[in-house]
Design a protein around this ligand. Structure first.
Ligand code: ZN
Length: 562
């Protein structure tokens, strides 16, 4: 691993297609000439190094575009990789077909770990050159979606703001302000709603075509394969959602009822949902520079390893946190594997969201950094439901330090965060079931999809009432959820992980040191095991098993006095 330069000094080079093709055929020739286990491992390591170089450039191109969606140059580079993706997938496919059918496979698995082979088997079920053009179209549609959302600008309180900044007003103590902010979002989405319906319709169609070309009945199993799910299936996920309906939806109802009472209103509306009391959502007591100082002291106090990690992130400019026009919305953590370093992207808006996003993305980043010495690149990240355990757990494990950000509001923050973690679960399940229904019935019209969303709101969010929000009332709130467009079936991962993170929170209340040790162990394991295997290693209950949510909900209800 090279020592990391600062982000702005990281060399970016667009790979040459001829070089990639040459390297790919050289690798195949090397594999075919490698007859012993040692020789085959050497070729796999050479392929892995090549992946490191390629993915580093690809991630840099992606980040540069997310930082400036209006930059023609950044867009050109991102589109280059989008277009190239099928070529690279085909090269990987040809190589991994050989690797997974090696006569030495049992010994290779023993030396390199089973999980890599399970993931490679999974990958082989998700791509064939016959779907290359559809993959390109899919990437193009996702880019179009990002551009439309990033391009939305809204006049609010005399200023022009984007959707990320507008979110900062959703938890305002003044009911008329938070309502106006939600109405403004609804109107902004109304203006692009037809476009978003068209893009989603095209995405569903092209994904269904890819699935049937690969021999599946519909996109669901392909979507699961693309999510690298090797240890559970759609039935397990349906059983998990049932637990949420049985145990979390009623508890969420009690939380909302208490919020309404605290707000002194009988008719809790959509725009009141994120506010717990008349004071509104807690806000950190300073600006971004101040928050960075608090964060540095927080990480120092979490331990030397966390302190060094955070110093490296700051020194190497691996944090892009402020909201700017033309910067894409949302937050994410990516890595530049050439240097073994993660990068955090966020859109601060001055509310508790900033602390949530920050602790969340730092959880991802700390995990990736802790796994940087794992033997294969594929182990540097776990599959995403497991990855979200690291991020969501850190949101809870930093609870004792929240006084630094919120002062005397810290307890309000902690209670609100615990409530929000529970309230998120039904929404997350609605997003997941929506996608199952959509991909199982790929010929539905946009209006039929909207009706499905309304049905699901009635099941998972039965308290919900939109006032004066035509877009949201029409069954199209899901259009603002980027994952539904860009990464199908990802969303349930947050729910699965939240269930695990709540277990961490609960255990840390009585054994903080023990939980921190388990957390570090989980981070270091990276992606060397599948989701349920990782949970077992650190003593977390499997969310698919009945009863898992009962104990978590009981503990949370007790802590919340509900
Ligand atoms: Zn995350």
């Amino acid at each position: 691993m090279h020592p990391s330069p600062r982000f702005s000094d990281m060399p970016y080079a667009r790979p040459k297609v001829e070089d990639l093709q040459q390297e790919s055929s050289d690798l195949l020739a090397a594999w075919d000439a490698a007859s012993s286990v040692d020789a085959q491992i050497e070729v796999i390591q050479r392929w892995d190094k090549h992946q490191v170089a390629f993915q580093s450039n690809q991630t840099l191109a992606m980040i540069h575009f997310q930082q400036a969606t209006d930059s023609e140059q950044a867009k050109t580079e991102k589109v280059f990789f989008d277009e190239l993706s099928p070529v690279v997938l085909e090269a990987d496919l040809n190589f991994l077909k050989r690797v997974t059918t090696s006569t030495h496979r049992p010994t290779l698995e023993a030396r390199l770990g089973n999980q890599a082979f399970a993931l490679w088997d999974c990958f082989l079920g998700t791509f064939e050159p016959a779907i290359a053009d559809q993959k390109r179209l899919e990437a193009k549609l996702c880019t179009e979606y990002s551009e439309i959302l990033a391009g939305i600008s809204i006049e609010f309180q005399g200023k022009t703001v984007n959707l990320s900044t507008l979110r900062g007003f959703f938890g305002d103590a003044d009911r008329s302000v938070r309502k106006a902010a939600q109405v403004a979002r609804s109107e902004a989405l109304s203006a692009v709603s037809e476009d978003l319906d068209r893009i989603y319709n095209d995405l569903v169609t092209v994904r269904h075509e890819m699935a049937t070309t690969l021999g599946y009945d519909n996109f669901v199993p392909l979507g699961y394969g693309r999510m690298d799910r090797t240890d559970y299936n759609a039935d397990d996920v349906a059983a998990f959602r049932e637990q949420i309906r049985d145990h979390v939806v009623p508890l969420a109802g009690r939380i909302y009822a208490r919020r309404a009472k605290a707000l002194g209103i009988d008719n809790l509306s959509f725009h009141d949902e994120s506010v717990r009391d008349l004071l509104g959502v807690p806000r950190p007591n300073g600006d971004e520079a101040w928050m960075m100082k608090q964060a540095a002291s927080l990480f120092d106090d979490l331990g030397d390893d966390f302190g060094l990690f955070f110093k490296m992130m700051a020194d190497c400019q691996l944090l892009d946190l402020s909201s700017r026009s033309s910067k894409a919305g949302g937050g994410f953590c990516a890595d530049i594997p050439r240097y073994g370093v993660p990068f955090i992207f966020a859109n601060f808006n001055g509310t508790q969201d900033d602390v949530n996003v920050f602790t969340h993305e730092c959880g991802h980043a700390f995990q990736n950094w802790s796994s940087r010495e794992q033997s294969l690149l594929v182990y540097h990240w776990p599959t995403s439901e497991a990855a979200e355990v690291h991020s969501m757990s850190l949101e809870f494990l930093t609870f004792p330090f929240m006084d630094r950000f919120f002062g005397e509001d810290a307890e309000r923050y902690r209670t609100g965060h615990l409530e929000d973690a529970l309230l998120f679960l039904p929404y997350g399940c609605a997003v997941d079931e929506f996608q199952h229904r959509v991909y199982e019935n790929p010929t539905m019209t946009p209006d039929e999809r909207a009706a499905v969303w309304k049905d699901l709101e009635a099941i998972y969010l039965p308290h919900r009432s939109y006032e004066d929000m035509a877009h949201h009332s029409s069954g199209r709130l899901w259009q603002q959820q980027h994952h539904i467009f860009a990464v199908p079936f990802y969303y349930i991962d947050y729910c699965l992980a939240q269930t695990c993170a709540l277990q961490m929170w609960h255990a840390a209340n009585s054994d903080r040191e023990g939980v921190m040790a388990r957390y570090r162990k989980l981070c270091g394991l990276g992606g060397s095991l599948p989701f349920t295997g990782l949970l077992k290693e650190v003593g977390l209950a499997n969310p698919f098993k009945p009863g898992c949510l009962v104990s978590v909900c009981d503990a949370a209800a007790e802590a919340l006095g509900l």
